[in-house]
Design a protein around this ligand. Structure first.
Ligand code: FES
Ligand SMILES: [Fe+2]
Length: 368
């Protein structure tokens, strides 16, 4: 271990960090969600051609949608509206009213368990069917039909929706993490980023072993065992991890449940669960939420400082990656070499979620 890493392994002098190191913590928080300007257009970067992959995606934290609240949102290049009825259930619909097209996320209100449009008070249930029109004797049959509705699940303190471009019903269930329901684990510490990128770039990052050294400043190239199985991807990465006390052997268990829901469990330094939820907004814009939880006992114990530092380091890693992702271009026939890690296997697994490419011109997998 050299002197630099023995003192503080978190400050390895990687190239991208020079862009960020002078920011104050407040500036960094603002930078994470600020618009990216001056980056090449989505068309030039090939993100325009990548479909939104199907799966479960977080659209908000559960506590961001109170009973009786209506919330406008935009994901998958679509305007959406979420509300929580008096029964406590969260519901999501396409935002435009089928009467005269008002956006129900702005001025809409909850009436019982129904969503009331702000324009003429048509009231919708969670299936997108109009149940009441206060001034009409008859509800037009077409208005009664379900449409524009989203499957919603609530788990791990998030509201999730099922996205499929062809309206296929959910193909698996949202994963539930026992730590998030245990009173022995602390409430989430939350971070968020907007990334001007396609989701595939971020997902590919864990299979890209060489970048850990150059972007994140790890002392060595990590080793990884990744198993792809249906919609699941299970990875075990063993890496030297940065702590204020230098490099420590860390184990990172990284599980993906489709493209929109992941968990990362860190051990070796401190027990930490990261629930990672990244949702496409546009073809070149992602909303990324990282929610960390740790055992309460650890947070006030002798390892508290190290546990805190671990979270800080993971967040810093995302900051570092963001510099690359915001401007990265999709290379369809990735020119990979033998030390790159299982990028080809990753892509073969990931392309199953691109429904719109089935039976046709899916991009080729990486060579090598
Ligand atoms: S536009 Fe929604 S009720 Fe008329
Ligand atoms: Fe990374």
């Amino acid at each position: 271990m050299d002197q630099q890493s023995a003192q503080d392994a978190r400050t390895a002098p990687v190239a991208v960090w020079s862009i960020l190191e002078k920011m104050t913590p407040e500036q960094k928080v603002a930078w994470r969600i600020a618009d990216v300007t001056g980056n090449p257009a989505s068309k030039e970067r090939g993100t325009e051609d990548l479909p939104f992959p199907y799966g479960w995606y977080a659209v908000c934290y559960s506590d961001e949608l109170a009973v009786g609240q209506v919330k406008p949102m935009r994901y998958f290049a679509r305007e959406l509206v979420a509300w929580r009825g008096e029964d406590g259930q969260a519901r999501v619909l396409d935002a435009y009213c089928k009467h005269l097209g008002a956006h129900m996320g702005h001025g809409g209100k909850v009436n019982g368990n129904l969503l009331e449009c702000p324009f003429h008070a048509w009231r919708y249930d969670g299936t997108g069917s109009v149940k009441e029109i206060p001034y009409a004797r008859v509800i037009p049959p077409q208005a009664k039909r379900s449409c524009g509705n989203w499957h919603v699940a609530e788990a791990n303190g998030f509201v999730w929706v099922w996205y499929h471009p062809e309206g296929v019903e959910p193909m698996w269930e949202v994963e539930r993490f026992p730590e998030t329901e245990s009173s022995d684990w602390a409430p989430y510490e939350r971070y968020e980023w907007h990334v001007a990128s396609a989701l595939q770039f971020i997902a590919e990052n864990t299979a890209d072993l060489a970048h850990f050294k150059y972007v994140h400043g790890t002392a060595t190239y990590p080793t990884a065992k990744i198993v792809f199985n249906g919609h699941l991807r299970n990875g075990l990465v063993e890496a030297k991890m940065g702590t204020p006390r230098g490099e420590v052997d860390g184990k990172i268990v990284n599980d993906s449940f489709g493209p929109g829901q992941s968990s990362v469990r860190f051990s070796g330094i401190s027990e930490t669960l990261l629930v990672a939820a990244i949702t496409p907004v546009e073809k070149d814009l992602l909303h990324s939420r990282f929610a960390f939880t740790q055992p309460k006992a650890q947070m006030s114990g002798p390892m508290a400082g190290v546990a805190k530092a671990l979270i800080k380091d993971i967040v810093k890693q995302f900051d570092q990656d963001k510099i690359i992702w915001d401007r990265q271009r999709f290379v369809e026939r990735a020119l990979v070499c033998d030390g790159d890690g299982p990028i080809g296997d990753f892509r073969r697994w990931y392309y199953q979620f691109y429904a719109e490419w089935k039976g046709g011109n899916k991009p080729l997998t990486a060579e090598g």
